[in-house]
Design a protein around this ligand. Sequence first.
Ligand SMILES: C[S@@+](CC[C@H](N)C(=O)[O-])C[C@H]1O[C@@H](n2cnc3c(N)ncnc32)[C@H](O)[C@@H]1O
Length: 206
Amino acid sequence: MEQIAQYFPELTQAQRDQFAQLEPLYRLWNSQINVISRKDIDNLMIHHVLHSLAIAKVVQFAKGTTIMDIGTGGGFPGIPLAILFPNCKFTLVDSIAKKTKVTSEVAKAVGLHNVEVITARAEDLKQEWDFVVSRAVAPVPKLMAWVEKNIHPGGINNLPNGLICLKGGDIKEELKPYHKWATKWNIDDFFEDDYFVEKYVIHIEV
Ligand SMILES: C[S@@+](CC[C@H](N)C(=O)[O-])C[C@H]1O[C@@H](n2cnc3c(N)ncnc32)[C@H](O)[C@@H]1O
């Protein structure tokens, strides 16, 4: 928990309590349904929770903003973001029901009233949101092909509505078609752990 508070000192006690609940909850659920690599569960707070929160270092979602997390798996980046932004509405989507079961149970146990969880394929979603967020799901062109229809342009935030994804390694090729609309931030400028070297937050305006 202190690893999170160090970078987000303005957390309320309620949010600190919610973040602190994540580790025991994910340990319990992950022993039944694998949503995080078993080798990585000891690194939950840095590799999964803090990594998800890198998005909050590039955009402070305003009250009422709607956000969809596509391919949320066990709830990343959606669950940590929903704790951090209690006045925004999050829809967490994955095509695999076993994974959305874990996400729903964690959201319920933590008392997140700003989260709905849907089992569906991205391609079939009809609803619209301000932002779509995503980690480790598909290359940017594929993500955009799936979800561009679900993002309405404009918005009330410091970044225009669009796709925000967490990416790593060499992403030059996948960003090429979007170079006019994409912005990239190095996560190791925000957080000190070596895990964040060559990891990026990417925003693409619609
Ligand atoms: C590698 S996991 C990443 C999970 C989570 N975002 C994370 O970072 O821990 C990729 C997830 O994307 C989901 N997924 C892949 N294609 C999808 C699609 N077309 N629609 C919805 N979910 C999809 C998979 O079911 C899987 O749970």
